[in-house]
Design a protein around this ligand. Structure first.
Ligand code: GLU
Length: 326
């Protein structure tokens, strides 16, 4: 019987890390082929092709590189793969998942995974996560769900997932909504049906800069005052609470929003921004009146990716539509 085709790419991260010498820290050196050798059971489930597209810590991935990875993944689907799996570092996994999800125009699943323990650590979670990710990518129930993150036996949708712990094995969660599915006794179980997705065209420009600034107590406004002059094409604010800033910042935001799009999200890590509750200067009603857009459930980092992509395909006027869909 012909096995389904599955394509895997390794980009680096802890899942690919080991130390050259016992006294040194771990760095990404383990190839995709070596990762694959750690899960021999996969050969019974799929005809696998694997490529090492990078060996980078995920903090050093960038949008240009991710666009190349996306075009590799598109090619794999065109060649008959029924799903694609990408391994990478977990530090930016919530951002790369969002980036790919906005651009992934297939019913076939694109699954991202990584590890919290390096390849040489006792109880390394990389092989188990990779095998789980492959099972999810091969499941017919994963179709029409876009990009998902598989870690520690859970499946998270790209739009909701966040890294919420720096070192724990259970590092990923989807605040408010929870995981969209689970691996139960090696089988893929979804807890909710797929939801309609908004896919964007590929960016036609990639040089735009989108700033992300976090509101903090007694913060000065020097960076804000210079945002437009420095050439930024958009601004995301990780605001206090339900999406608030100081009076001082609110005044600057009014000036900035006349020139470039400004999105205000919450810095809390969970929940949505408010729309019509607080009436003080710097509250959401005031910021909306001053021309900023409230991010809803979109976290600051995901909002920055959305804005970068929209500016990149000259569709920033559609920003409100995409935010209200999240
Ligand atoms: N904890 C991170 C990881 O899981 C460190 C490095 C990275 O993100 O590449 O991979």
């Amino acid at each position: 019987m012909d096995l389904p085709k599955l394509a895997i790419a390794a980009l680096g991260g802890t899942v690919s890390m080991q130390a050259r010498h016992a006294s040194e820290g771990v760095i990404p050196t383990v190839s995709g082929e070596t990762l694959l050798a750690s899960i021999p059971e996969l050969t019974l489930l799929a005809e696998v092709s694997i490529e090492t597209l990078g060996l980078l810590p995920s903090a050093s991935l960038d949008f240009g590189f991710l666009l190349n990875v996306l075009s590799w993944a598109n090619f794999q689907i065109k060649q008959g793969a029924i799903g694609v799996v990408i391994t990478q570092g977990t530090d930016t996994l919530e951002e790369t998942a969002t980036f790919f999800d906005y651009l992934w125009d297939h019913d076939a699943p694109l699954i991202l995974t990584g590890a919290m323990r390096s390849a040489v650590q006792a109880g390394a979670d990389g092989p188990a996560n990779l095998l789980d990710a492959c099972r999810v990518a091969l499941a017919s129930s994963s179709r029409q769900r876009g990009v998902q993150v598989v870690m520690n036996g859970q499946i998270h949708s790209a739009s909701a997932v966040r890294k919420t712990d720096s070192l724990a094995l259970q590092a990923f969660s989807s605040p408010i909504v929870g995981p969209v599915g689970l691996l139960v006794e090696d089988s893929v179980r979804y807890l909710r049906p797929p939801v309609p997705r908004n896919v964007l065209p590929l960016p036609v420009q990639t040089t735009q800069r989108i700033a992300l600034l976090e509101a903090s107590l007694s913060a000065d406004s020097l960076l804000l005052e210079n945002i437009v002059g420095l050439g930024y094409a958009g601004l995301v604010i990780a605001g206090f609470g339900a999406g608030h800033v100081s009076v001082n910042w609110a005044e600057r935001i009014e000036t900035i929003a006349q020139k470039i799009p400004v999105i205000v999200a919450t810095r809390t890590g969970s929940g949505a921004t408010a729309r019509s509750t607080y009436g003080f200067d710097g509250g959401e009603i005031d910021l909306t009146r001053k021309g900023a857009l409230m991010a809803g459930f979109l976290c600051p980092r995901k909002a920055r990716i959305l804005l970068w992509l929209l500016v990149g395909c000259h569709r920033q006027d559609e920003l409100a539509k995409h935010v209200s869909h999240t």
